[in-house]
Design a protein around this ligand. Structure first.
Ligand SMILES: Cc1cc2nc3c(=O)[nH]c(=O)nc-3n(C[C@H](O)[C@H](O)[C@H](O)COP(=O)(O)O)c2cc1C
Length: 361
């Protein structure tokens, strides 16, 4: 089966690129023959709306650019997959320009679709893909924000006679590198993009379970999302021009102490701590940041300052603390290896994994 991937993301090290790469891995594993078209690297002029392609030279556009060679791949494919970032509640400009240029492949013949909609006849239905799928990646939380782009792509699917065989929508893209938010879900999200490619190659459609997994929420609610994403953007801003490289930003921000300790606060076990009153001071050596948490009878709060009357003081790097929080390394081993230094109530330190649950989901 031939699959054409129309990549409409200008940023080549962003989230749309990475998730689409996983999808393609799955397609190839399912033995699909994949051809990728990167719209950013192509010369595609905007449609002038002259209708020359209908009225003067039917099927031929006035523009002489890369569109003709792209359409050779497009029309020869069985399934076409559009991959786009969400830009201002819609598909990217690269994709929109491409879609407009499909006018020569339609005819000036209107047909009804159901009782409400109209579509144009396809000029050469024998040389036309059988199906389409799409990948849509955005930064904001909630599927509502994707409605405009989603509707555009659904109407396109109906109007261009390309029945939809899969729609992968990924919100909260900037939280994906924060694995301690929801380690299992994040793993599942990445796996679902690969799985989706495999399903498309082997079953010619993506299952609803896989599509749902791809969209799984990472933050608990809108406040949680806003807090974490604002920390991300403030930190990125501090990196100046280096923040242009998302891999660099992620390597710096992904172990952000404030997000890390906020997550710890969020994962306090109210029952295990219902009789505890204690303060823990954190000193992150790599980030020059002091944070503290106060536990008071089942409730836990974050203090963004140094506190004097701590019961336990933990000095470590944010990376080591993240690994302990995720139970990737053993806290006692980290202690004996001097990756972590504790002062004060050592028994409190020993009980931390009872008081704070693992962020699994
Ligand atoms: C011009 C522009 C407009 C954007 N508009 C939105 C938007 O409306 N909603 C949203 O959730 N994200 C928006 N984003 C963020 C992208 O969707 C986000 O970066 C996402 O990860 C996909 O882009 P990427 O593949 O470059 O990472 C916008 C980004 C840019 C550059």
């Amino acid at each position: 089966m031939k699959v054409a991937i129309i990549r409409a993301n200008p940023r080549k090290n962003g989230h749309t690129q990475k998730l689409t790469d996983l999808f393609i891995e799955g397609l190839k594993q399912g033995k699909a023959e994949v051809t990728e078209i990167d719209l950013k690297s192509k010369k595609i002029n905007q449609c002038h709306g002259c209708y020359n392609c209908w009225l003067v030279t039917p099927g031929k556009c006035v523009h002489d650019d890369d569109m003709a060679s792209i359409m050779k791949v497009f029309t020869a494919s069985d399934i076409v997959v559009f991959s786009t970032p969400l830009y201002i509640y819609s598909v990217s400009g690269y994709l929109k320009v491409f879609l407009d240029r499909l006018l020569p492949y339609m005819k000036n013949e209107h047909l009804p679709v159901g009782s409400e909609n109209i579509r144009n006849a396809i000029r050469n239905p024998k040389q036309w893909p059988q199906k389409m799928a799409y990948i849509l990646v955005g930064a904001f939380r909630g599927l509502n924000t994707f409605e405009g782009a989603r509707k555009t792509l659904e109407l396109f699917s109906e109007g261009l006679q390309l029945p939809l065989s899969g729609s992968l929508i990924r919100p909260e893209s900037y939280l994906l590198p924060f694995t301690y938010l929801k380690p299992k879900t994040i793993k599942n999200v990445n796996a679902s993009f690969k799985r989706a490619g495999f399903e498309l190659a082997t079953q010619r459609k993506v299952s609803s379970v896989t599509m749902k997994r791809a969209s799984a929420p990472l933050s608990e609610n809108i406040e949680h999302f806003t807090e974490d994403s604002n920390i991300y953007w403030q930190e990125a801003q501090n990196l100046g021009s280096k923040a242009m490289d998302p891999n660099y930003v992620n390597s710096i921000i992904v172990r952000n102490p404030k997000i890390l300790i906020s997550e710890m606060v969020r994962h306090v076990d109210p029952q295990a701590t219902n009789r505890l009153k204690a303060s823990i001071q954190f000193d992150f050596t790599d980030k020059d940041v002091q944070l503290a948490i106060k536990i008071n009878k089942g409730k836990c709060s974050l203090e963004e300052s140094k506190i004097d009357n701590w019961d336990l003081k933990i000095t470590t790097s944010s990376e080591v603390w993240a690994q302990i929080f995720l139970r990737e390394i053993n806290a006692r081993n980290a202690l004996s290896e001097k990756k972590i230094i504790i002062e004060g109530d050592k028994s409190l330190f020993a009980r931390l994994d009872k008081y704070f649950s693992l962020p699994c989901d």
